[in-house]
Design a protein around this ligand. Structure first.
Ligand code: HEM
Length: 181
C-alpha cells in the first residue's frame, strides 16, 4: 500500500483528526525542547541491552550521530503536519532498521520507552485537565508511527522472501536493502 494511503487508513483506525494534529503542534512548545534529553535517556536504555548496544557501537561515531537524528524524529512528532511525505519518512526509518536486522522485538519496546519518557514530561508540564487530551493525541500519533514502521517491515520481508532468501532475518534485511537502494 502507498505510504500516504496507509497513513489515511491508520488515521481513520486510530480516530486521529485535524484537532489532534493541531494539539500536537501546540504541545511542541513543551515537548520539542526536551528532545535532546529524551534522546540521551533513550540511548542509555538501548545501551544497557547487550545485543542492541553491540549494534549501536558497531560503527564509530554512530551513537553520537543518532542523538541528532533521534531528536529530529522526536521534534517531527510534534510538527502538526502528518501527510504523505511524513508517511514516506517513517517508512524509510522502518526500512533503515530492518536492513540492520533491528526488528519488532527491539522496535516495539523502544517505542514504549519513548512513550514512558514523554508521558512523564507531559504529566509535569501540564498540570490541569488538558493533560488528558494531550495524552490522547500523543498515544494516537505513536500508534500511527508503529503502524507505519511495522508495515515497512512487512514490505521488506515479503520482498526478501520473493528474492529467494529463506532465513527470515536475512529476508527482512535484504528486502529492506533492495527497497532502500
Ligand atoms: C522508537 C524507536 C526508534 C526510533 C524512533 C529510531 C529513530 C532512528 C532514526 C530517525 C534513524 C535515522 C534513519 C535514517 O538514516 O534515515 C535511526 C537509525 C538507526 N537506529 Fe534507530 N530508532 C529507534 C529504535 C532503534 C533501536 C531499538 C535500535 C537498536 C540498536 C536503533 C539503532 C539504530 C541504528 C544502528 C541506526 C543507523 C545509524 C547509522 O546511520 O549508522 N534504533 N533510528
Amino acid at each position: 500500500m502507498h505510504p500516504g494511503a496507509l497513513l489515511d487508513l491508520l488515521k481513520r483506525r486510530t480516530g486521529f483528526t485535524e484537532a489532534h494534529a493541531r494539539l500536537l503542534a501546540e504541545l511542541g512548545r513543551v515537548m520539542t525542547p526536551i528532545a535532546p534529553e529524551v534522546a540521551l535517556a533513550f540511548y542509555d536504555y538501548l545501551g544497557r541491552d547487550p545485543e542492541l548496544s553491540e549494534i549501536l557501537h558497531a560503527v564509530p561515531g554512530r551513537v553520537e550521530r543518532l542523538y541528532g537524528t533521534f531528536a529530529r524524529w522526536y521534534g517531527d512528532l510534534f510538527s502538526g503536519v502528518y501527510d504523505g511525505a511524513y508517511a514516506e519518512r517513517r517508512r524509510r526509518i522502518g526500512l533503515v532498521h530492518a536492513r540492520l536486522g533491528i526488528g519488532p522485538r527491539a522496535m516495539i519496546p523502544a517505542m514504549g520507552i519513548v512513550q514512558e519518557l514523554s508521558l512523564e514530561h507531559l504529566r509535569t508540564a501540564l498540570r490541569g485537565p488538558e493533560v488528558f487530551s494531550a495524552v490522547e493525541a500523543f498515544e494516537k500519533i505513536i500508534a500511527i508511527e508503529i503502524g507505519l514502521i511495522e508495515e515497512s517491515y512487512l514490505e521488506a520481508l515479503s520482498l526478501g522472501l520473493s528474492l529467494g532468501y529463506r532465513d527470515l532475518k536475512e529476508a527482512l534485511s535484504q528486502g529492506a536493502a533492495a527497497l532502500l537502494s
